[in-house]
Design a binder for this molecule. Structure first.
Ligand code: FAD
Length: 450
């Protein structure tokens, strides 16, 4: 089949690229471009369906100055794409396509129904209404670029012996995370074959696994399904609020974050766990010794905590109940003042040094309790991989892409957008916005260049 613009991948960036291409103004007397999206899954936007726990946090309304601080790669590269299609444009696009939006705490936008399928429908309908064709169940197997007399022609071979050709090709195949959604990294191989460099990929926004948390001695990638150890079981399910975490690699402090953290069946995650995961995974992949230190009481200095804890201890130990309660239980009561009840047992198991003396006649070391609360240290053995990582860091080097058009500097007529590029950001709607902005710009630029 001969067309003008082929978009490979019908995810967030591909659907937006198709809309950008099909809705771009055409020169007088010329027919609108024939735009086709090739998507290997039975439906487009499978990954969008699982975003934001099925609620889809599809953008973030922060102005560029703040938005850009959440981008973990070269933010300057996506600046032109952002200004060409910013978060408000994104909301307007979704609303025009029939889906109402709401903005929550932290400037995060969701569909008013909190159903991610509404976002997929809106993106798909907009692209189709503009004139793009979306072909599902069509897996691209190979891409060849031929030098034609009028410029490059891209020959795309697909499953079912189908072939497509076009002078413009947009690669929007996403990264490697959650491969069951169709994102299996196919775009990297074609980019490489077409002359592009790929920055090393690694999973990001993922759980990091403390030593001894799972029943394994493996390091590096530790599959999410690996069973928890007893310590892991005692910590799993707990959510810590308003704590701080510091990440160290080879003894150097890399990052400190304040906020909420979750212990899950994967390891350490939640908002600030995710925020440090990028540097943690990168350091582990590079062979560094990685550790984290949690401060359960970041607002209280140790000098303030010590008299508070010993005072509280004196109070409870003087009561009749206190005198007859075993010391380990008393310690747990003390800890419950500073953490969720369900965590106290696990925390005590991680810090045997809080008790000293002969068995049956133990005492509490208050300094050790304070130190445990302020410096809860975990050596990190590994991370959960692409099977459950939110995003792929790394990808097609942006040094070889024109930021104002998303066109390859190496192959005329070739464009890239979305996660296949070496761009990634924090959680909060930033990643989808980057996919939409780069996708829209790639589509528009490809159509304008025809
Ligand atoms: C669990 C989870 C939750 C997330 N939540 C959020 C959130 O709330 N907010 C946010 O901003 N971001 C979120 N993200 C990140 C966001 O989903 C991605 O950044 C975004 O989907 C990237 O869009 P993309 O178009 O580049 O890639 P994808 O959405 O991965 O789309 C790529 C498409 O290409 C297709 N494809 C691949 N290879 C081929 C081939 N050979 N032939 C044909 N088709 C092919 C795939 O089937 C897929 O449909 C989340 C991600 C995950 C995994």
């Amino acid at each position: 089949m001969v067309c003008d613009i082929i978009v490979v991948g019908g995810g967030a960036s591909g659907l937006m690229a198709a809309f950008g291409a099909a809705s771009a103004p055409v020169r007088e007397g010329t027919a609108p471009p024939r735009v086709v999206v090739l998507e290997k899954m039975p439906r487009p936007g499978r990954k969008i369906m699982i975003t934001g726990k099925g609620r889809c946090n599809f953008t973030n309304l922060k102005p560029w100055e703040e938005f850009s601080t959440h981008i973990r790669t070269k933010a300057a590269f996506v600046r032109p794409a952002f200004y060409n299609f910013d978060p408000q444009d994104c909301i307007d696009h979704i609303v025009r396509s029939g889906t109402k939006a709401v903005v929550e705490r932290g400037d995060r936008a969701f569909p008013a129904s909190y159903r991610s399928s509404d976002i997929v429908d809106a993106l798909q309908n907009a692209a189709m209404k503009a004139g793009a064709r979306i072909e599902t169940g069509v897996e691209v197997k190979s891409i060849v670029c031929n030098d034609g007399s009028a410029g490059n022609i891209f020959m795309v071979s697909c499953s079912g012996s189908r072939t497509y050709s076009a002078p413009r090709l947009i690669i929007a195949t996403g990264g490697l995370s959650y491969p069951a959604t169709g994102s299996t990294g196919d775009g990297y191989g074609w980019a490489k074959a077409l002359g592009h460099s790929i920055k090393d990929c690694f999973p990001s926004l993922t759980a990091i696994v403390p030593k001894g948390y799972k029943n394994t001695s493996s390091r590096g990638h530790i599959d999410r399904s690996t069973p928890l150890s007893d310590i892991g079981k005692s910590l799993c399910g707990n959510q810590l609020k308003n704590i701080s975490i510091s990440l160290y690699a080879g003894g150097d402090l890399l990052q400190s974050e304040f906020g909420d953290l979750d212990f899950t069946d994967g390891g350490i995650e939640g908002p600030i766990g995710f925020r440090i995961s990028r540097s943690a995974v990168k350091s582990l992949v590079n062979g560094a010794k990685v550790s984290v230190v949690i401060d359960m009481k970041p607002q209280a200095p140790a000098e303030e905590l010590l008299p508070r804890i010993s005072g509280f201890w004196n109070d409870i130990s003087k009561t009749p109940a206190g005198r007859s309660t075993p010391i380990r239980q008393m310690l747990r009561m003390l800890l419950c003042k500073h953490m969720p009840q369900s965590l106290a047992g696990g925390f005590a198991a991680c810090h045997p040094e809080m008790l000293y003396g002969r068995k049956g006649n133990e005492r509490i070391d208050f300094k050790a309790v304070v130190n445990a609360l302020k410096n809860w240290r975990f050596d990190i053995d590994g991370y959960v991989g692409y099977e459950r990582a939110v995003i792929t860091a790394g990808g097609v080097s942006t040094d070889e892409i024109v930021a104002k058009t998303m066109e390859s500097r190496l192959r005329k007529g070739l464009y890239f957008c979305g996660e296949v590029l070496d761009i990634d950001a924090d959680t909060g709607g930033y990643n989808l916005q980057l996919a939409f902005s780069t996708g829209y710009l790639a589509g528009q630029s490809a159509a304008k260049s025809l």
